[in-house]
Design a protein around this ligand. Structure first.
Ligand SMILES: N[C@@H](CCC(=O)N[C@@H](CS)C(=O)NCC(=O)O)C(=O)O
Length: 213
């Protein structure tokens, strides 16, 4: 969204994979000690969807928030749907695959989460019939949210029965302002030396961002 809006920003990389969120100054900005965090002057916003909506509202000329209340309602509907119904099972899969310590992982929950995720992906796939955008006839915040969550679902091979969403994903990421796909961001992380803590070159797909509005 920052690229889409043509904003200048400073990205402060925090490598979640090596626990850099812990004990970092980050906690002063986000008590949950998670990224992303956006600092815009004196305003600090956490939660990726809130950051997206804030940026879109602050830069209305880009038209990423629909004009009509009906379409705005649909945009909120799909953002909440993506975050709660699709992203949450993806988190469960990630937690029980790599994030939790091995003795706390529940392999059976991975299977349940995959099934639940696929069912909700099918709802969005159905919605995308004859549509280019998640809402109405132009890009909105919901598309940026959807592209990231679909990329994540795709990494977990959960879009196999969703050809419209695969096409949508390719299209969203072929746009010149698109960020790197998750696979490229992870490949970059893996290519870095494991003792690279403190190195300026560290990256993660979600980082603490400072925006120059
Ligand atoms: N609901 C938050 C989730 C943020 C989140 O879980 N971020 C992960 C990285 S993608 C994180 O910082 N994890 C660090 C940790 O849990 O220690 C959002 O959408 O912004």
């Amino acid at each position: 969204m920052l690229n889409e809006l043509g904003l200048e920003y400073e990205m402060v990389p925090i490598n979640v994979a090596i626990g850099e969120t812990k004990g970092h100054k980050l906690k002063a900005l986000n008590p949950a000690a998670k990224v992303p965090v956006m600092v815009d002057g004196k305003t600090v916003i956490t939660e990726s969807s809130a950051i997206q909506l804030y940026l879109a509202e602050k830069h209305p000329k880009a038209g990423l928030i629909p004009d009509s209340i009906e379409e705005r309602g649909q945009m909120y509907r799909w953002i909440f749907f993506l975050v709660t119904e699709i992203e949450q099972p993806l988190w469960r899969i990630a937690r029980h695959t790599v994030l939790y310590p091995k003795d706390k992982r529940l392999p059976q929950d991975i299977e349940i989460a995959k099934q639940e995720c696929k069912e909700m992906v099918a709802v969005l796939e159905n919605h995308m019939d004859k549509r280019q955008y998640i809402v109405g006839k132009r890009l909105s915040v919901a598309d940026f949210n959807a592209a990231y969550v679909m990329d994540w679902a795709n990494e977990n091979k959960l879009l196999e029965d969703a050809p419209k969403l695969r096409k949508y994903l390719r299209w969203m990421y072929s746009r010149p302002t698109a960020p790197p796909r998750i696979a490229s961001a992870l490949a970059l992380l893996k290519s870095l030396p494991s003792n690279a803590s403190g190195s300026k070159s560290r990256q993660h797909d979600r980082t603490h961002r400072r925006v120059d509005p």
